[in-house]
Write a new protein. Structure first.
Length: 225
């Protein structure tokens, strides 16, 4: 509903972009939502540059509870440029999965971007519909090497609330991703290494399959329009 309100209430002319991506492993905040297998994704974004409003969405194939499914994720927000190289934003995001268990949840976020650095803080009152709230902070950056080549990195930290005594484990988890990419517009190829430390997928409520790895090389190929 939040996305529909933004789509139809804002009168400024919108710019739409999209992309189709194939990944060797779909990693969400460090957790594999594709059971360490390849996934296909489709994304779109609407941007009303004059007003600062934006909206977008993504669909990805996933494998949850030993079954194939699809994740649908939509978000909407407002961004404001303070100066040429500095801006802030705030928005909402909603995610759910097809199948007998939707794991549906919503979260709000705020962010700050400075040149090639982007930081966001998320809060979900019912993370992955597991019955407890969670905070997630992330920092992303990239740097052009030469020509079409660039490097990128991501660091995230998640804290869940609620009782974890039954798990005998931490309520915190960090995830890190770093890699190299080449821009062959309209295509983009990336190779990255991702790893996590801390709480297990079960503690955090992720519906990933048992036995998925914490560390992985991920290859992605995307086509943008």
């Amino acid at each position: 509903m939040a996305v529909l309100v933004v789509l139809f209430a804002v009168q400024a002319r919108a710019q739409m972009t999209g992309s189709a991506t194939l990944v060797s492993d779909y990693r969400f905040r460090g957790a594999s939502l594709s059971d360490d297998r390849p996934a296909a994704q489709l994304a779109f974004d609407y941007d009303w540059a004059a007003s600062g409003w934006y909206a977008g969405g993504m669909m990805s194939s996933v494998r949850l509870d030993a079954r194939d499914a699809v994740q649908a994720l939509v978000d909407a927000g407002y961004a404001h440029r303070v100066r040429t190289d500095l801006s802030w934003e705030a928005g909402v995001r909603y995610s759910r999965f097809t199948g007998h268990e939707s794991y549906a949840y919503a979260e709000v976020y705020t962010g700050l971007a400075y040149r090639q650095l982007m930081g966001r803080l998320y809060y979900a009152p019912n993370y992955f519909n597991a019955g407890y709230p969670a905070w997630y902070g992330e920092l992303d950056g990239n740097h052009v090497l030469s020509g079409r080549w660039y490097v990128f990195a991501h660091a995230g930290y998640l804290r869940r609330s609620g009782d974890v005594a039954d798990y005998h484990a931490s309520r915190f988890r960090a995830d890190v991703r770093a890699g190299i990419g080449v821009n062959l517009a309209p295509c983009n190829v990336q190779l990255s290494w991702t790893t996590t430390r801390g709480a297990s997928d079960a503690v955090l409520g992720y519906p990933s399959a048992a036995g998925t790895t914490r560390n992985a090389w991920v290859l992605s190929l995307s086509y943008a329009w």
